[in-house]
Write a protein that binds this ligand. Sequence first.
Ligand SMILES: C[S@@+](CC[C@H](N)C(=O)[O-])C[C@H]1O[C@@H](n2cnc3c(N)ncnc32)[C@H](O)[C@@H]1O
Length: 319
Amino acid sequence: MDSLYIQFEHELNRFNTTNKSITSVFIGGGTPSTVEPKLYEKLFARLKPFLANDVEITTEANPNSASTTWLKGMKKLGCTRVSFGVQSFNDTKLKFLGREHTSQQALKAIQAAHDIGFEHLSLDLIYATKMDTKEILEDDIKTAFSLPIDHISAYALTIEENTLFAAHPEVAKEKLELTTFFIDSIKNKGFEHYEISNFGTYQCKHNIGYWELDDYMGVGSGAVGMLKNKRFYPSTDIDNYIKNPLDIRTEDLSMEDLKTEKIFLGLRSNVGININALSSSEKKQVDILLRENKVNQIKNTIYNTDFLLSDEIALFIQS
Ligand SMILES: C[S@@+](CC[C@H](N)C(=O)[O-])C[C@H]1O[C@@H](n2cnc3c(N)ncnc32)[C@H](O)[C@@H]1O
């Protein structure tokens, strides 16, 4: 943990962090639920003066390691939100996805988190897999909404390099009809679709900060940070990070880079894009999209009407 504290102090200085200025914290990974809460105590004690009164503190958790003791410990530290990596409540699908937990463990962990008094509970579901059927997706949603949650993240399975599925790309299979059914079913339960993968009666401050390209501090191996037009990449090699926590690569982003990111992220979420940030040719493209009701405009902000088309629309605007 010492390397983490060395980098944390470095980042506190780099960001010129002032008291009560941090509005959200996100503990992700890796698997935070395999780390004992007491190992976070020193970090939280150092963080305390910088935390805003209504700070949102999210911790990710895996159902098979999020014990009641762990959940109580994270609550005591000040966590306000738990995001459970459930993926599915269908045990055959969990095995298919190579997940070690069972649906029973997920149900038990989420109910325990609620009983312990966590304000905000979220769960992740994965769809667009080869074994998906309407029945499996329907059951996952029915079970999810039988739980005391206020947020769901639904991710289409993507094949990432150097992962379990890299050698079996066929496991990912998106059927538009099933994707639309899945998304509409979550929305019909009253959860607002506020980003391509995110739904809720509660909207995650931390994620919205990313999509608005706010400054954020990344502390830990592979935890990316951003300050104005600079992005910081600590080593993803854990051994190297432990030895050299300040071995951090910096990427300078041009105004054009930042604009492109704002367009992509703004169209994938309810953040939208500021029309005044666009060039005249981009504004002409937006006029075409407005006429075709692909986007709508409220004051100076352009909003996407179909998140599934967001990347195509972003490319069209900048074409
Ligand atoms: C992106 S974070 C979750 C952030 C959280 N939903 C939140 O809102 O705070 C980790 C999640 O990514 C998803 N994920 C991991 N690998 C994936 C893959 N190959 N394809 C799609 N989703 C994946 C899983 O649902 C995993 O629980």
